[in-house]
Design a protein around this ligand. Structure first.
Ligand code: B12
Ligand code: SF4
Length: 513
């Protein structure tokens, strides 16, 4: 069959700071290709709805598969599915991805029959079975693991046994030079591990993967890296190098093969401090950017997000990251309850430190524990506003003032790290990019004000809402089996050695604080 894989358009964040290749969709596309189908891929982060429609009309795919990792993309995907049906009434249309897995039934209801099913969990596992059923026996669709249809649900989704067995179809992505993060322009993505063994209350990475943690072997990691042509590499792992041995082995294999790239990764402060030698080694082979999820600069904030790392440890980690001589970015979570004074304290702190500070807004998401336990009432159920850049909970300040304060705080980042200030410190690099025709980095330096603007954020709240999310259930925290997409296998599901497992346990139970 002819199968078209589609990634939806950009959200606020990707309009400015970075744009990354849809690695998950490429993995699914490869599994579809290996099952003998003809596959194409279109990424609406860099192409338009018109490009999509032309492809649909000229190629006439039998199957359309949408990737829905982000809740804020749900309305776009539903509108695209409805439009697609008017052109291809008999095509088989389905959706998969992180967020789609948590709101599967709702997506199907909003789509009013234009989406045949949602495939929950890791797409590589069941997609070939699903297409087999779609081609030969549509009644068998709901027997495929992970499938949800309006009529029923298949068995629970299965876990990819070995990450060494899956591979992204990088060649299917057109416009590969459009992907970048900061000066890493162009930039590809890679995965060294999947899942997260922690259980922060605001995050759904662990509920999606059933607190499992699987690693790619060093051999497969370098083979995949050798396939990457871009000089920049974004490591998509939720928490990089939890297991020191894996980080070192991959690093050493990269050094042995003489692979020269520039890397970006994200990790936790306590992992950084525990595995210092790994990150020091990675600095020598090209680590340039690190993102630390600090989340709060006071103990109360950390407790609220159940981050379970002490403030002292976070600051120590920041100090160590600085000592590596790399660019460090940190994330802070702004609570809608913040008043002007609180924003001012944060601004002061942001000015004083050299790091890039990213500020997101505390947002309960389906699939997180906060979704069930947050007692404040949602002020909107418009999916598009669930992008952690908008306030969906009641704000203490009037909403326009909250956005004024938020954007003013984000402006500190703009003044320090974007525009002329950034160009001064990166002039040679920027000139090199321009000479190679790479304009993503330089263009983003001046985009801040057109994307981050309190009036635009307010206007987003005023748009008519076509699709509303169901409210959170009022019954409190659900049973584990309901919370998880991939069912937890406990210790067996994590390829971690005993001492790392103990370190994680101590951090989760707070006994390491
Ligand atoms: C890397 C990453 C990013 C990258 C972008 C990655 C990309 N191009 O897609 C960057 C840094 C840009 C990013 C940005 C944001 N992110 Co992000 N991101 C992640 C992260 C850490 C890993 C995603 C990843 O690449 N995983 C590896 C690949 C292999 O897995 P995957 O994409 O999930 O694909 C698998 C399945 O989902 C499924 N699947 C995927 N597509 C399809 C399609 C079909 C048809 C099928 C069947 C299956 C399927 O099969 C795939 C293979 O197993 C996740 C956390 C997580 N662990 O999922 C958060 C996560 C997805 N991000 C999140 C958020 C909130 C954001 C931002 C909104 C944050 C912000 N500050 O604004 C932005 C918005 C970005 C945008 N689209 O515009 C949330 C999503 C919350 C939600 N429910 O909407 C997550 C879950 C993190 C969290 N803490 O909760 N993100
Ligand atoms: S450590 Fe990071 S990825 Fe893991 S549960 Fe916490 S926030 Fe999510």
């Amino acid at each position: 069959m002819k199968c078209l894989a589609v990634h939806p358009g950009p959200l606020m964040y990707t309009k400015i700071y970075l744009r990354l290749e849809p690695l998950g969709l490429e993995l699914v596309a490869q599994a579809v290709r290996e099952a003998g189908h003809d596959v194409r891929l279109i990424d609406l982060q860099v192409e338009t709805w018109n490009d999509y429609l032309s492809l649909v009309q000229s190629w006439k795919p039998d199957v359309i598969a949408f990737s829905c990792n982000y809740l804020a993309n749900v309305p776009e995907i539903i509108d695209l599915a409805k439009l697609t049906r008017t052109h291809l009434p008999n095509a088989f249309v389905f959706v998969g991805g992180h967020s789609a897995s948590f709101v599967a039934r709702e997506i199907l209801q909003h789509a009013e029959g234009t989406i045949d099913c949602v495939l929950k969990g890791e797409g590589e596992m069941s997609v070939s079975g699903l297409l087999l059923a779609a081609e030969h026996d549509r009644n068998a669709i709901s027997k495929v693991p992970g499938v949800v249809t309006l009529e029923g649900e298949g068995p629970v989704p299965r876990l990819v046994q070995s990450l060494d067995d899956v591979r992204p179809a990088r060649d299917l992505l057109r416009h590969r030079r459009k992907y970048f993060i900061g000066v890493l322009d162009p930039c590809a993505s890679i995965e060294f591990a999947r899942g997260c063994p922690w259980d922060c209350s605001f995050c759904s990475a662990w509920t999606f993967y059933g607190r499992s943690y699987r690693m790619v072997s060093p051999q497969k990691a370098v083979e995949e890296l050798e396939r990457v042509r871009e000089p920049g590499v974004f490591l998509v792992d939720d928490v990089a190098f939890i297991q020191a041995k894996q980080g070192l082995e991959i690093g050493e294999a990269i050094a042995r093969r003489g692979i020269k790239k520039h890397y970006y990764l994200e990790t936790r402060g306590d992992v950084l401090l525990r595995n210092k030698e790994v990150f020091q080694f990675w600095k020598t082979i090209g680590l340039e950017y690190m993102f630390l999820g600090v989340e709060a600069i006071d103990e109360e904030g950390l407790r609220m997000h159940r981050k379970r790392i002490s403030l002292g440890k976070n600051f120590e980690a920041l100090e160590f990251a600085r000592s590596l001589g790399i660019t460090v970015a940190i994330n802070l979570i702004a609570d809608p309850d913040w008043d002007r004074k609180r924003f001012e304290v944060i601004r002061q702190w942001c000015v004083e430190i050299p790091e890039i500070v990213n500020i997101s807004v505390n947002t309960p998401y389906p699939g997180t524990e906060s979704w069930y336990t947050e007692s404040r009432k949602l002020q909107t159920r418009d999916y598009r506003l669930f992008d952690i850049q908008h306030a969906v909970l009641p704000t203490r300040l009037p909403l326009p003032e909250f956005y004024e304060e938020l954007v003013k705080t984000q402006q500190v980042l703009n003044r320090k790290h974007l525009g002329w200030a950034a160009l001064k410190s990166t002039a040679a690099l920027a000139a090199g990019h321009l000479m190679r025709g790479q304009t993503n980095f330089v263009k983003m330096l001046w985009k801040f004000n057109s994307v981050y603007n309190p009036k635009l954020q307010m206007a987003d709240h005023q748009r008519p809402t076509s699709y509303e999310m169901s409210p959170p259930p009022t019954v409190g925290k659900p049973a584990d089996s309901e919370l998880y997409i991939l069912q937890p296998k406990g210790r067996k599901g994590r390829a971690l050695d005993d001492s790392t497992e103990q370190f994680i346990d101590a951090s989760r139970t707070g006994s390491s604080l």
